[in-house]
Design a protein around this ligand. Structure first.
Ligand SMILES: Nc1nc2c(ncn2[C@@H]2O[C@H](COP(=O)(O)OP(=O)(O)OP(=O)(O)O)[C@@H](O)[C@H]2O)c(=O)[nH]1
Ligand SMILES: [Mg+2]
Ligand SMILES: [Zn+2]
Length: 350
């Protein structure tokens, strides 16, 4: 298959250039399993492991290949196996803080053009969760599109769309149904040749159902139990990149139980540009919008031009990011110190 149909762009071509003369070739990660990756190449699929050097040089999890990554490989195509030597720089990504206590970035999907944030129009509907997803989407550099699924079982669609538009701030909002096919044509406008769309959202919102509907064939397993039981079942268990037969690439992901922020505050500025615009009028440049005099954000809150739950959500995400930054800085300092001690000791006992 032509690399451009797999999402190859001039950007990747440039960074691949130094590897060309060594006989390496490029492939795109379609599945990531423990220590094993499935890779799509011009000449079909390969199973690959990372090279010893890459393994040794990678300190963080985010330096390992993720689904959607373009990688530099050498291969034995007769055996269908390959070795991954390097990851080409990512054009965009969707990442979160890894679940649990570790302070590490986890790349959910790389090199995506569009992110479909799939929410159910049923009891799954949650504006605060959409804000959180939007913050991560803006941070990673892909364009978010809000997909409201299960239109067939919702009787106050207009009201919910109006609510979502107060947090979408320009991101397109599509009302669809994976069951009746409503709105699918609008969705497929994002799926041109070589364009990559990642489906994200809680378990049971219908990501895999929508992908099957777009393909026109049951490629991904979906939960078949009766409605109402469908939430939190985690039917999809691993991330998977699929090339659509009529062009475009999708990444199906399992619903994430935990979605903690990762990154700087760029994503927050994107997702809350309404509040950040107001903040420019605050008296103090470092206003925290809590109890400072001359705070334009508090004023709008009192006047009712911004919603109090949205304001609370903004503060919460902001403090989550601040906590993350503190923790990362602490860990960096600690690592430096550890290295310093190790060196001192090594020299002393030489
Ligand atoms: N009524 C209705 N049900 C839907 C729609 N789309 C999906 N469902 C149902 O919702 C349930 C969950 O669908 P999945 O496609 O498995 O959801 P998912 O987002 O892939 O879930 P995970 O893989 O667990 O993350 C299934 O029972 C689907 O039949 C829809 O548009 N309308
Ligand atoms: Mg699924
Ligand atoms: Zn303020």
């Amino acid at each position: 298959m032509d690399l451009s149909l797999l999402g190859w762009k001039p950007f990747f071509h440039e960074s691949f250039d130094p590897f060309l003369k060594h006989g390496y070739f490029a492939g795109r990660i379609s599945e990531e399993h423990k220590h094993l990756y499935r890779i799509l190449t011009e000449n079909g699929e390969l199973l690959a492991k990372v090279s010893g050097k890459l393994l040794h040089d990678s300190k963080n999890r985010s330096e390992f290949p993720a689904v959607g990554d373009w990688v530099v490989i050498s291969g034995r195509s007769t055996e269908g196996t390959a070795t991954i030597h390097a990851i080409l720089p990512r054009l965009s990504k969707f990442t979160r803080k890894m679940a649990g206590k570790t302070t590490e970035e986890q790349v959910i999907a790389a090199n995506i053009d569009t992110i479909f944030l799939v929410s159910g129009l049923d009891n799954d509907f949650n504006l605060r969760r959409i804000e959180r997803y939007l913050t991560l989407a803006w941070e990673g550099g892909a364009n978010p599109v809000i997909v409201l699924n299960k239109a067939d079982i919702c009787d106050d669609i207009a009201q919910k769309v109006a609510l979502v538009e107060t947090v979408a701030l320009g991101a397109p909002v599509h009302v669809v149904s994976g069951i009746t096919g409503q709105g699918l044509e609008e969705l497929s406008t994002h799926l041109s040749d070589g364009a990559t769309v990642a489906f994200l959202g809680s378990s049971g919102t219908g990501k895999s159902t929508l992908i099957n509907a777009l393909i026109g064939e049951s490629v991904q397993d979906v939960n078949t139990v009766r409605q109402g039981d469908s939430r939190g079942r985690h039917t999809t268990t691993f991330r998977k990149l699929i090339v659509l037969p009529h062009g475009g690439i999708v990444i199906d992901t399992p619903g994430l139980r935990e979605l903690q922020l990762w990154g700087s505050d760029e994503g927050l500025s994107g997702a809350f540009s309404d509040i950040e615009l107001l903040a420019e009028q605050c008296r103090f440049a470092d206003c925290r919008h809590v109890n400072e005099p001359g705070c334009a954000v508090r004023r709008s809150l009192e006047e009712g031009t911004i919603d109090s739950e949205r304001y609370e959500s903004y503060l919460k995400l902001q403090s989550e990011l601040a906590y993350l930054t503190d923790k990362r800085e602490y860990l960096e300092r600690k690592e430096k110190l550890d290295r310093h001690y190790k060196l001192t000791y090594r020299n002393r006992f030489k």
